[in-house]
Design a protein around this ligand. Structure first.
Ligand SMILES: NC(=O)c1ccc[n+]([C@@H]2O[C@H](COP(=O)([O-])OP(=O)(O)OC[C@H]3O[C@@H](n4cnc5c(N)ncnc54)[C@H](O)[C@@H]3O)[C@@H](O)[C@H]2O)c1
Length: 254
């Protein structure tokens, strides 16, 4: 499978390192970033090609990994699907926009392409999807992050947001992919609390789900990427694992 990457930052760096080390059996052939130097740097790690426009890679790839930004999902993913290429979307917050989501689903179905959304920086999406086959009473996410991971500085713990995921995504677009992934996995606008906490040095996500299946609680304490402290290493690992799974014939825990 030949893969192209859109967005050559923290997540793309980790993916490229794994592919270069032979840990994922895909060919990373093409790299695009609005900062060409970033694309060239990653391309040089795997003998790939940096392109000036995403359309330049489309004739040559089977799948494109979007690891850029919500705007890249809006601006670039429709064209990638129109070309019949599968897409992995990391900026899942963008998919909370129902109009964009249905446009992408339509383009995917018309062009026989698939949209994959990895579990990202959270554990337990498999259980939440299964639970949503029955009736779910509540899903609550409490996200606790070091202030600098939220792009702010403060000395005391502060609750920044309490409300629904759909609104949180608008107010913290680069930080709330987990809330979006949980909402999309269970088809409801989940309850979210975001806390800036100088006492933590990891991005911590606590999820509580209640329904007719019973109840579960997960806590994910994520180490942050050195290149971009807003992003958790686990998010990149989930994309890497997805690329590996797409090259396998048996799928466990999906
Ligand atoms: N699903 C999850 O759980 C999860 C977790 C962490 C990050 N993310 C999301 O994944 C995306 C990538 O994260 P990252 O930490 O690698 O980001 P990053 O900021 O380290 O890198 C993003 C790169 O994409 C480029 N870029 C941004 N918008 C672009 C556009 N429209 N066209 C071309 N290039 C563009 C930037 O120049 C940058 O090099 C972000 O949107 C982030 O919010 C998702």
């Amino acid at each position: 499978m030949i893969v192209g990457i859109v967005g050559c930052g923290a997540i793309a760096n980790l993916i490229t390192g794994f592919v270069r080390d032979g840990k994922v059996p895909v060919e990373l052939g093409f790299f695009y970033d609005r900062d060409l130097e970033r694309a060239e740097n990653l391309a040089s790690m795997v003998d790939g090609t940096a392109v000036l426009d995403v359309t330049d890679m489309l004739p040559h790839v089977d799948l494109v990994v979007e690891a850029a930004s919500p705007e890249a999902v809006r601006e670039l993913v429709p064209g990638i699907l129109e070309a019949g290429r599968d897409v992995v979307v990391m900026s899942v917050g963008a998919l909370m926009d129902p109009e964009l989501r249905s446009l992408l689903e339509k383009k995917a179905s018309e062009n026989n392409a698939e949209i994959h959304v990895p579990s990202g920086a959270i554990v337990g999406l498999d259980g939440l999807k299964a639970a949503s086959m029955g009736s779910i009473r509540s899903v609550k996410l409490v996200t606790r992050k070091p202030p600098r991971s939220l792009g702010i500085s403060m000395d005391e713990k502060k609750v920044l947001y309490t409300g629904k995921a759909s609104e949180a995504v608008k107010r913290f677009p680069l930080n709330i992919n987990v809330a979006a992934a949980l909402s999309l996995a269970c088809g409801r606008d989940i309850d979210v609390e975001i806390i800036a906490d100088p006492a933590v040095d990891r991005n911590v996500h606590e999820v509580t789900v209640k329904g007719d299946f019973g109840e579960f609680k997960t806590i994910t304490e994520n180490v942050r990427c050195s290149i971009n402290p807003k992003t958790s290493v686990m998010a990149a690992y989930s994309a890497i694992r997805l690329l590996k799974s797409l090259s396998e014939n048996m799928h466990i825990g999906t």
